[in-house]
Design a protein around this ligand. Structure first.
Ligand code: CMP
Length: 140
């Protein structure tokens, strides 16, 4: 089915200047960018976005990393977009990421792992709404 998912290019990948290379991977896989913005998240915004991880031991480090520089936030649309984006990203830990995936090619560590992608259709809707009012998403 035609789906939308939320993608974030994290501060490490923005700093490496690979936003365009990552967008090219989305586009070559048939995913369309239907909303996008660069944003330097506040601590409150990062904590709110990752609220499901609040009790995890890595939460504080995750938030500090996510506010260390600007991120690119985008909505991707396409057939099976949630799973397709997760396949393009590869495993959370770049050490486990399959060759040719975004994390294998651009990530340095489980924290500085280049990209975030929604893990389910339900979470995609929540995460998209967190960053984009419906009027800022352009189905095409
Ligand atoms: P992301 O997909 O953005 O969702 C939560 C992030 O927490 C994850 O990517 C990782 O960058 C980070 N993280 C750090 N340690 C862990 C861990 N042990 N398990 C899962 N995620 C972790």
């Amino acid at each position: 089915a035609l789906e939308r998912t939320l993608s974030i290019i994290k501060p490490d990948a923005v700093a490496k200047n690979v936003v365009g290379e990552i967008y090219t991977r989305f586009e070559k896989a048939g995913l369309k960018v239907v909303a996008a913005k660069m944003k330097h998240l506040s601590k409150q915004e990062a904590e709110g976005f990752y609220a499901v991880h609040r009790e995890r031991p890595f939460f504080a480090a995750l938030v500090e990393f996510m506010i260390s520089g600007p991120v690119m936030v985008q909505v991707l649309q396409g057939e099976g977009a949630v799973l397709k984006n997760r396949e393009l990203m590869g495993a959370t830990n770049p050490k486990d990421a399959a060759p040719g995936t975004i994390r294998a090619d651009f990530a340095d560590s489980i924290d500085a792992n280049a990209v975030h992608g929604s893990d389910s259709l339900e979470n995609a809707a929540i995460e998209i709404a967190y960053f984009f009012p419906a009027t800022d998403v352009y189905p095409r």
